[in-house]
Ligand binder design. Sequence first.
Ligand SMILES: Cc1ncc(COP(=O)(O)O)c(C=O)c1O
Length: 508
Amino acid sequence: MASALLSRQLALSLQQNLRLAAPGYRYISKTATKTLEEFEYDGPSMKTEVPGPRSKALTKQLGEIQNVGAVHFFCNYEESRGNYLVDVDGNRMLDLYTQISSIPIGYNHPALMKVMSNPNNLSAFVNRPALGILPPENFPDKLVESLLSVAPSGMTRVQTMACGSCSNENAYKAMFIWYRNKERGHNIPSQEEISSCMVNQVPGCPDLSILSFMGGFHGRTMGCLATTHSKAIHKLDVPSFDWPIAPFPKLRYPLEEFARENAQEEARCLEEVEDLIVKWRQKGRPVAGIVIEPIQAEGGDNHASPDFFRNLRNIARKHGCAFHVDEVQTGGGATGKFWAHEHWGMDDPADIVSFSKKLLTGGYYHKNELTADKPYRIFNTWMGDPSKNIFLAEVLNVIKRERLLDEVTRTGKALLQGLYELQACRSGLPTAQYPHLLSAARGKGTFCAIDVCDDSTRNNLINKARDKGIIIGGCGDKSIRFRPALVFKEYHVHLFLNMFNDILAEYK
Ligand SMILES: Cc1ncc(COP(=O)(O)O)c(C=O)c1O
């Protein structure tokens, strides 16, 4: 099956560039059918509702061992290909959510299968090292080939980690260490600092803070959680820090049509940021760092303008705070640039940029001065996984070879245009299709979202779409987010829009 699929050409007839007018309407291709070089299926194929009987049985079985409240269904990863995720009941779904945005080039990509079968790589898969103390010979070269080849502007250092949360958690520690050394004027702690830190007291455990934004998500570990403000369920019952939380701009979409109002809203938030920095300094809990996502993802796909980020970066500089850009969800190409912060057009965009998900390994890039000054301060057993760097190097080759960032930009335009047409919010577009259901379509590249009238309709739509063979995700109070892989093409967009249009028609 797998080998048959490897040589299979995608024969889906593709369709573009016409308007959605009625549920039965179809995008029609004006150009010749394109052939996808990699293997893939030719569309969704559904045998049962999702979860089907096999998924339900397995959920029950796993429920004896773990909490399974969040499990959607069980997967057959062997049979999944490209943009299609196959479940254990034989349902094949077009995946626009990709394991919470973490599959860079689709399932079972042949280039990655090849890496896996290369005997030279076997040792890296079999022997997972404690990288901080016993790295393999090729580790520096592999870092140069993979992570450093896409380092953000102004950064030549990277610290690998395992997941998004542990990347951010350690990045926060790096900012605190940097800040204290700056305050001391040197990096030699006093005896009092050494003894007081052992019992969680000042001055060894100083009263410092990190400023974050309402609606932000930076992970669920203790430090990260203090900067996460997207859903109460993540935070409930967990002690936290008294750290400042600034408002994130609440913008109107499409951004270009509300430029003036949006600029005012951004100015309001920036003013609040400066007020909070001053207030927390006066409280004796100075802000060592500011952490922000280029697009608030879990919190509802909230955007802000390049100007907002440029100004925020300057505020951080002015007040001596480190500026940490969390690209765990936005990094890796989905916005049409490898890093979302590249859209800001800055030579010096950040002091720290954290990543995970599409990069396959977690970690963070940082300025030289944020390098930990002593061993074991930023440390854990694995500190990443070198086998993931090998995969990442190949993912980056595929991105370059297939010009996937250009593709994402093109595909993203088609997706956003389709979403605009479904909500018909823009002048010059046909009459609104589903104005009672949809609003605020927004996005960069394929990193797109749209609001649904309320939370329960949103959830219902997501479930209905899944039963028809489309996987999409929720975020924020009532948004649907789209997080396809970088190999999601225009014809996948058209397939999705046609199917989604039919689903929406049931709500007319
Ligand atoms: C922006 C951002 N930061 C951090 C995290 C945490 O990453 P992880 O779930 O790998 O710990 C996420 C996860 O969704 C995220 O979107």
